[in-house]
Design a protein around this ligand. Structure first.
Ligand SMILES: [Zn+2]
Length: 289
């Protein structure tokens, strides 16, 4: 069975009814993982019919808020919905991943530690936990957060994940793109980046490239946008150069959903890349065939 790729968030920091923040859910066999956890990702996970407790691995591309602002919601929901029998959560990301996790839920120091203390002690929460099927004592969540760099970063039953550096807003934040290789297929998430050789190499021959396509290319000319993000021609060129089998466009600014802009964007991408192109709407499951 082909991997399942569900777009939870496909927007930018600008809130819009159609899209806001970035997050993707991937299922390989019975294992589910998330890439980024931007604004409202946990709510959109529920809208897609999934529980936070189903996700055992979370990967951050970088720590801009449109990619990580829902992390506390995700952690607290996963903890609250747990009955103590789930796997421990593994969290991977560039520099700041460990620090952010500690500052959110670190014992005695995390901004939300009070919630853990209350829910693992007060009879109200202990009763709710037992009602869900949990057995006392109710324990704090254990989160395995790791700052990672390029290379093989995680493996599962029949999948392996490789990270590569991409060019976004260094030196302020490190950014990574990820590639999943599995028996059923390969998927690459670009994260936010300008077109770069490191991404093209990582994506070489992939079955699916989920690629930032934030604006029409003309809006990147003569300004800083083009130095840190990918527009229409850049997305098409990366897909073509990497020889990927299909391309999903994500991380569009709200104006890109206007019909004229949308049509122009697809026209520009497909003027370079001639494989199948999917417009990444939120809650869409990317078709594999
Ligand atoms: Zn972003």
């Amino acid at each position: 069975m082909a991997p399942r790729v569900i777009i939870l968030g496909s927007g930018t920091p600008t809130p819009h009814t159609a899209r806001w923040g970035t997050s993707f859910l991937v299922g390989i066999g019975d294992e589910w993982m998330m890439f980024d956890c931007g604004f409202a990702a946990t709510y959109k996970l529920a809208k897609a019919g999934f529980m936070a407790t189903q996700v055992d691995n979370l990967f951050f591309t970088h720590h801009h808020s449109d990619h990580d602002a829902d992390y506390p919601s995700f952690l607290l929901t996963r903890f609250d919905m747990s009955i103590g029998k789930e796997k421990e959560l593994n969290v991977y990301g560039p520099t700041l991943t460990e620090q952010l996790t500690e500052r959110l839920l670190g014992e005695g120091v995390g901004a939300f530690w009070h919630d853990i203390v209350a829910r693992t002690n007060h009879p109200l929460s202990l009763g709710a936990y037992e009602q869900r099927g949990g057995k006392l004592p109710r324990k704090p969540p254990k989160i395995n957060a790791r700052d990672i760099g390029p290379g093989t970063v995680a493996t599962g039953k029949n999948w392996e994940i490789t990270a590569a550096p991409v060019d976004h807003v260094q030196p302020y934040l490190d950014s990574l793109a990820y590639r999943i290789d599995s028996d059923e297929g390969s998927i690459v998430f670009s994260g936010d980046t300008r077109p770069c050789a490191s991404l093209t190499n990582l994506a070489h021959g992939a079955d699916l490239l989920v690629m930032e396509c934030i604006r029409l290319e003309r809006e990147h000319e003569g300004n800083a946008f083009g130095d840190s993000e990918t527009g229409t021609y850049g997305a098409g060129q990366t897909a073509k150069d990497a020889g990927v089998k299909r391309l999903a466009l994500v991380h569009q600014v709200p104006a890109m959903d206007e019909p004229v802009m949308h049509a122009q964007a697809l026209k520009e991408v497909t003027s370079i890349y001639d494989g199948p192109v999917v417009w990444g709407d939120e809650l869409l499951e990317v078709p594999w065939e």
